[in-house]
Design a binder for this molecule. Structure first.
Ligand code: SF4
Length: 416
């Protein structure tokens, strides 16, 4: 499927004059730690919405001065001897270090082969993009191109697929493309053919369709990037509320529902708690949030004799409980049913639950078997009535990671 299957449209300028380098000297610019270059101009596809001429102009590879280079060619793969050109770029070093390349306008899937994909990866091209400008029927070829890229080692979430917006392809069809991209776990790059959303004139799509699709694409990329919806709060879920009252809590008595709340008693209660802040390193292993957290817990609080959740980096002499058998825990159990353990069997437990909710049934059961319990979560847990809070430690693991709180509770009578 290609442009020949689509009714030809006359490009109607909408007031935006495309910024083109055609007829000008080769574009090469350095800005801060990046360099932007052109290696060629021209594209044989002659899409009706595109101003790129069909004549090919090939430039010499300019002097590379930065380790991060953005290539602005509209159809980079259209150059003859493309494999040699990619290899040439891949050999360049700046200050003794390798160079990474990003082809901003993406690769033409019609010209992409497995050999080219392998060479792009070898030459350290990152964040590959491909354009899906025409019909949903192109799905097979787009899927093939994604397969070529993943086969050579690119992760799907690093691949972006361009979709043209406000053009002849209706929004309903672009919605279907977005559905497929969710299955493929690739990002979307939505481009208004007439100069970006800010300049787009609702011609073929309505203003409402443009707004809705923009929002859908933004959400799509969040889902691909984070694997969850980061805009849905991890607050208390309905399910958790059912269990909240079953954990008798002393701290609810301090909640200031009464304006004459006894501030002194709150201060007194806080005085028993040790507050701290641990700026830790970013995650270094795949299945452990951060090795440093457990090590700092051992150094500053105590060594747990049991961990609820088996992850990398837990010392082998600590018992682990996880319901996932592939993690090879000491006990393969659901946290809600720890019937094989006695009440207060363990001196000190560590629990790092998922952060989407409070997991109150699990909290109740884990608390039953531990005399002391450290919980790492983004939400603050209530101290049970038969225990008290001893530590509140803010934990960060680098930029763009959410702050968490390591909360330690101790049962009455348990030794600290
Ligand atoms: S394939 Fe891309 S660069 Fe080539 S004419 Fe179409 S939109 Fe323009």
């Amino acid at each position: 499927m290609g442009r020949g299957d689509i009714k030809q449209v006359v490009f109607k300028p909408t007031g935006v004059i495309p910024r083109t380098t055609w007829g000008k000297p080769q574009y090469v610019a350095v800005k801060d730690d990046r360099q932007r270059i052109e290696t060629s101009r021209g594209c044989p596809n002659d899409c009706p919405f595109c101003y790129e001429p069909t004549e090919l102009e090939v430039f010499p590879i300019p002097k590379i001065e930065r380790n991060y280079v953005e290539i602005l060619d509209m159809n980079f793969l259209y150059q003859p001897n493309i494999l040699e050109r990619i290899r040439e770029l891949g050999k360049i070093k700046v200050n003794g270090k390798v160079v990474r390349y990003e082809e901003i306008c993406g690769f033409d899937y019609r010209l992409l082969t497995q050999e080219i994909a392998d060479e792009l990866k070898r030459a350290r091209f990152i964040k590959p993009r491909i354009a899906w400008d025409y019909s949903i029927k192109e799905q097979y070829k787009i899927k093939d191109a994604i397969t070529q890229l993943t086969k050579t080692g690119y992760k799907t979430k690093d691949i972006m697929v361009f979709v043209i917006v406000n053009w002849e392809i209706p929004k309903t069809e672009c919605d279907l493309k977005l559905d497929l991209m969710k299955i493929w776990n690739v990002k979307v790059g939505d481009c208004c053919y007439d100069g970006g959303y800010r300049h787009a004139t609702p011609e073929r799509w309505t203003a409402e369709e443009l707004r809705e699709f923009r929002a859908k694409c933004r959400k799509h990329n969040q889902l691909v990037n984070f694997g969850i919806d980061p805009e849905v709060s991890a607050g208390i879920q309905k399910h958790d509320k059912l269990y909240l009252h079953r954990i008798p809590c002393q701290e609810t008595q301090l909640l200031p529902s009464d304006p004459k709340v006894d501030i002194q008693s709150i201060k007194k209660a806080s005085g028993r708690v040790k507050f701290d802040f641990w700026p830790c390193m970013r995650q270094m292993t795949r299945r452990w949030g951060c090795n440093q957290i457990l090590h700092r817990l051992i150094e500053n609080v105590d060594k747990p004799d049991i961990c609820f959740g088996k992850t990398d980096g837990i010392p082998s002499d600590i018992i682990t409980v996880d319901k996932n058998p592939t993690m090879n825990p000491t006990h393969c159990l659901d946290w809600r049913d720890l019937g094989i353990f006695r009440d207060n069997q363990f001196e000190f437990g560590f629990w790092d639950p998922p952060y989407d909710k409070l997991y109150m049934p699990e909290y109740r059961e884990i608390w039953r078997v531990c005399k002391r319990l450290a919980i790492l979560h983004q939400l603050i847990y209530l101290a049970p009535k038969d225990g008290k809070r001893t530590h509140m430690i803010g934990v960060t693991t680098g930029p763009r990671m959410r702050i968490r709180c390591l909360q330690v509770f101790k049962k009455q009578g348990a030794s600290a």
